[in-house]
Design a protein around this ligand. Structure first.
Ligand SMILES: Cc1cc2nc3c(=O)[nH]c(=O)nc-3n(C[C@H](O)[C@H](O)[C@H](O)COP(=O)(O)OP(=O)(O)OC[C@H]3O[C@@H](n4cnc5c(N)ncnc54)[C@H](O)[C@@H]3O)c2cc1C
Length: 323
């Protein structure tokens, strides 16, 4: 039996998202484990010129459901289109990202297909002929391994930033264009897209993330973090306490109910290190913490700690970077 791993690769603004390449890497490893083929489905329009970017992941076939109506994600158009494709090609496993889109799309898709789904995994592997997904629970304190047992296709979503992108020599793929058939009785229509405030670089993409917590009293206090981030070409993030206090926007929140980041350097100013925050920051390669409390839990996670006042230290760091 050819066990096809089917990837749903996300795009936006006619480009593949970074997470598409992460998922392609995860899929490449899983397909090799399963000794099966790796296929991918992409949806949208204007992606032809970008297809070459997918060449180094061992994908043998790409299904391109092309339509201007799919340029922006809408679950009522995407889910039926993906459902029809899966019914037709009968993959063994379907992988997507646990992104804003994935969290909307895949639970609906698994219900439509009547199959099992495991969400927010950090690893997926084929072991002794079984597919095993690993996912963190209790804010990353415990890791649960789940083995799929009931009939395929199995569905799993992977946590963003859970894999390093890895490319291989690959011989290229066949592209099969699929006609998008709009369902007549659509339950919802997309009326408008409102772009959020444009950030120079997103927190999930930045190599350096400068993060602020409750210690910063208002949004003006965050400006020193923006200045530091500007100097080093990084992005500014926040704890939930800072977001709830209105000092930062929700798209900057790191943690269990925010985003997962894995930058090369995560510098946190006045963040205590609650497990819910660290669930989103633990994947950082190097953590530097600034806190006035020497017993703050953040120091257990930090590679380097600075005990002191956030304002003083932040200004000192800025001065040093400028000189
Ligand atoms: C279900 C659930 C989900 C959650 N999801 C998230 C999430 O996604 N992300 C998240 O961040 N939190 C989340 N939380 C909240 C989390 O538990 C913490 O309450 C939150 O992370 C605390 O934010 P903080 O560290 O900024 O604030 P605090 O915990 O109040 O810490 C502030 C720190 O600043 C230090 N400090 C104060 N003043 C100064 C100063 N002048 N100089 C230096 N240091 C100073 C203090 O010593 C303290 O350590 C969640 C909670 C629950 C229950």
């Amino acid at each position: 039996m050819n066990r096809v791993t089917l990837l749903f690769l996300e795009s936006g603004n006619r480009n593949f998202k970074k997470s598409a390449f992460e998922l392609a890497t995860i899929g490449m490893n899983l397909a090799a484990d399963c000794r099966g083929e790796l296929h991918a489905v992409i949806m949208g329009c204007g992606l032809e010129s970008k297809l070459d970017e997918l060449k180094c992941f061992g994908i043998s076939k790409i299904y391109y459901i092309e339509s201007a109506e799919l340029e922006y994600f809408h679950v009522h158009t995407y889910a039926p289109a993906l459902f029809t494709l899966i019914k037709e090609i009968q993959p063994y496993i379907v992988l997507g990202m646990s992104s804003v889109i994935g969290k909307d799309l895949f639970p609906r898709l698994s219900a439509m297909l009547g199959v099992t789904m495991v969400s927010d995994c950090i690893n997926i592997e084929c072991n002794n002929n079984s597919i095993i997904a690993t996912r963190p629970v209790y804010s990353g304190k415990v890791f649960v391994k789940t083995r799929f047992t009931k009939g395929a296709p199995y569905i799993a979503t992977l946590r963003v930033n859970s894999a390093e992108i890895n490319k291989i020599e690959s011989s290229g793929f066949e592209v099969k264009k699929i006609q998008f058939i709009k369902i007549e009785k659509q339950q919802g229509v997309l009326l408008e897209i409102k772009e959020g405030e444009k950030k120079k670089i997103g927190i999930t993409q930045a190599d350096i993330v400068v993060s602020g917590g409750r210690a910063l009293k208002n949004s003006n206090d965050f400006s020193i973090l923006y200045e530091i981030a500007d100097i080093v070409g990084g992005a500014v993030a926040a704890s939930r306490a800072a977001v709830d206090a209105g000092c930062a926007s929700y798209d900057m929140q790191v943690g269990q109910t925010g985003k997962t980041v894995s930058p090369k350097l995560y510098v946190c100013f006045g963040i205590s290190g609650a497990v819910q925050h660290m669930a989103g920051a633990n994947g950082s390669k190097l953590i530097v913490a600034v806190n006035k409390d020497p017993d703050a839990p953040i120091f257990k996670y930090a590679d380097y700690g600075i005990i002191g006042d956030v304002y003083e230290i932040a200004h000192e760091i800025k001065k040093m970077l400028n000189s």
